[in-house]
Design a protein around this ligand. Sequence first.
Ligand code: PEP
Ligand code: MG
Length: 588
Amino acid sequence: MKSFIQIYKEAKNKIVGIAAAPGIVITKAYLFNKEKIEINNGEITDIEEAKRNLEEAIAKSKKELNKIFSLAKEKMEATRAAIFEAQLMILDDPVLLSNINLRIEKERKQPEYIVNDEISKYQQLMILSHESYMAERASDIEDIKNRIIRNLQKKRWQSKIISDLIVISENLTPADTILFSRCNVQGFITDHGGLTSHAAIISRSLNIPAVVGTHNATKHIKDGDTLIVDGFHGYILVNPSQDQIDYFNNKIEKLSELQAGLKELKDKPATTTDGREITMLANVDVTGEIDLVITNGAQGIGLYRTEQVLEELGEFPSENEQARIYSNLSARVYPSPLTIRAFDIGGDKFKFFAFDEPNPFLGLRGIRLLLENITLFKTQIRAVLKASKNKNIEYMLPMVSTISEIRRAKQLIEECKKELIQEKEIFDKNIKIGIMIEVPSAALMTYELALEVDFLSIGTNDLIQYIMAVDRGNDLVSDLYQEFHPSVVRTLYHIVKEADRAHKTVSLCGEMAADTLAIPLLVGIGIHHLSISPSILPYTKRIIRSLSFEKTKKLAEACLTCSTEKEITEKLDKFFKDNSITRTRNII
Ligand code: PEP
Ligand code: MG
């Protein structure tokens, strides 16, 4: 059977976008064309009537949003549904409302013109920030603006469609996404939007395959076209051939068989056939993923990227707000551990905290930035400690490159503990402190660093970029981003050996652990824990359960003698074939 790569390479009827929510679906298209809103900027004669109309339109918008909010709460996790709560809050913003009312009095123009103008000003500011996150939020605001204007014009909004279709639109607001889900929509395709667009996030929460950011899907797809949407790889096939339909039907069948089989593994350990158990942890980026952590049988959270909270909220939450978020998460996974990683800001992450650095990836990032911003760091440490009452929280420091960074961070943690004791707060006084090994200097000094902390976690995403001197996000040099380069494999081996010598656990939480090809090698090298995206966890567990630890050790030894990436990947491929293990990648 052909691989996906071959299928897509040959296909002339493909549209490429960003894989926003996993799953494959084949059905008909529904082109959702939003009616263009015409704004009347005419003069008004009756100011009081205009203000009354505005008040009614806002009340109606609130009623609609409240309905969507309760629908969202039924369908998805509370944190996700909060998008709509935030929109409701804008409708209650006294400054915005009084500005609009004042302008109606002064300019005597139609309220819809003033609403459009006033809210567009906010949007412009957000778009001009050039941050993809802010630009996405600007499109959420567009939704509220249009809702008020439509209600001022007393028009109805179409959100009901024939059931079981794939919706294609230039853009989708979170409200559209939720409302369409009532009609059992099978998939979403948009011209605009990225992975952080709320439509993408909501599709993931609702388990509806989605491909976003296609640029021109609405131009190439017509109502009633048959489509194949592949939310794993970000491709759409328009009016597919019978061969293509057969190929993807086969994939869908395999996928559902695999998923049924994987469910049975949920409560079984990831133990090799000869008894070596690997602890399976989950990486959590957005709080919505927590349900998957539980349903997919993770033994805890190995990496909670707290900078994602900043991305979601768009600002630094207060100490108590952070403590509440961390406490909730710790309660959800209790008694399993929750590894909270200190804000890893800098590099390409959370650019609100903007510095102009010539080489941001080599600049003020992770622990370096936190040690330069003690108040920010201490706020998080205090919040983590306050949330640690259940004693299942661990705290991990990113981007460590020297021992003195660890010592300074530990000093600050002790300071916070003393303050909290004085404030009579209850917390875990023996909270475990760990570090990420993701910089070559830390990797080389693993033993010495390990003596300073309770645990280590290898961040291969960064470690590979720094070992190979290749920007992890730069397409021009992506060939050099080689997770199986001998230097990478040898470094991983060194880290595990040195962690063992220091009697410290070592986990691996980079994307390498999500590549099924890497699993036998990582097991053979002796990694203790793997932390991966919860949706991939069952696939990895299935592979580990079919491995012999003794054989993987031999495989690792052989890989350590290789001089090129190719030699290593060939050995790994052969290992899968010789041992008749199916790799997930061959299925999805
Ligand atoms: C890593 O670098 O491998 C890692 C897990 O951290 P992040 O991807 O958040 O930088
Ligand atoms: Mg990293």
